[in-house]
Design a protein around this ligand. Structure first.
Ligand code: G3P
Ligand code: CA
Length: 241
């Protein structure tokens, strides 16, 4: 690890216990002691920045169609909790601004630019700056174009490249953009890969640890941080080592 505490990151909030990317999941992450949270951004049709994972509404709300074709007012009328459990009926699709307002000072925000819509990274950076949380936010994306946009517009914000595998191309692109963070899938991790990336000056934050075996594999490979749906179980494992 490079000089700081392991980043135990609640993935879409504590999404093993509450509906992903809702205040219920973010509140649960805090209740479990998490100080890092990850979530996903899209534009609504009227260009508000909203927190939801999929491009479409069907899996995690009672709505239908594309997020990008839906206004903020329509999105906020949807139920984003019942799909998970009836006790979460009435959970809403949050805006990024509401999230920052509610949790500023309580989380480090791992902001994934999920959609590659031009302008989304800039708007996300504007909100981070506007809420004064630049020292507790990290921008990540699988989209090279989103990373190009944010590094040009807000070079002061740390940014990381999400990728299933870390190839020579991934490293070259990250170096070209001046990124200090690479985010491989847990399945692709080896201690040798993590060592090599550390030696090249990168922090390594893994994702995709969908079960405890992958979680332990990632931690044991030497990563600096990990997104998990169950930050309590990761905390127990980290304490046991
Ligand atoms: O932490 C990165 C991870 O969230 C990427 O995958 O599909 O859960 O957004 P996904
Ligand atoms: Ca994500």
């Amino acid at each position: 690890m490079i000089g700081r505490e392991f980043m135990n990151i609640a993935h879409r909030g504590a999404s093993a216990y509450a509906p992903e990317n809702t205040f219920a999941a973010f509140d649960k992450a805090l209740a479990l002691g998490a100080s890092h949270v990850e979530f996903d951004l899209h534009f609504s049709s009227d260009r508000h920045v909203v927190i939801i994972h999929d491009e479409t509404l069907e899996r995690t709300t009672n709505g239908t169609g594309a997020v990008a074709d839906t206004t903020l007012a329509e999105l906020q009328s949807l139920d984003a909790g019942s799909w998970f459990s009836p006790e979460f009926a009435g959970e809403r699709v949050p805006t990024f601004g509401a999230m920052l307002e509610r949790y500023k000072g309580r989380f480090h925000f791992h902001v994934e630019i999920k959609s590659d819509a031009p302008g989304l990274s800039q708007r996300a950076a504007d909100l981070v700056r506007g809420y004064g949380v630049g020292d507790s936010a990290t921008i990540t994306s699988f989209n090279l174009s989103s990373l190009e946009e944010v590094t040009a517009y807000a070079p002061e914000l740390p940014a990381g490249f999400l990728s299933v595998d870390i190839t020579d191309w991934t490293v070259e692109q990250a170096q070209h953009l001046g990124l200090k963070l690479l985010c491989p899938h847990s399945m692709s991790l080896t201690p040798e890969l993590v060592d090599r990336l550390h030696s090249s000056g990168f922090e390594v934050r893994a994702w995709g640890a969908s079960d405890e075996t992958l979680m332990r594999r990632a931690v044991d490979a030497g990563v600096d941080g990990l997104t998990v749906n169950f930050p309590d179980i990761l905390a127990e494992y980290l304490a046991s080592r």
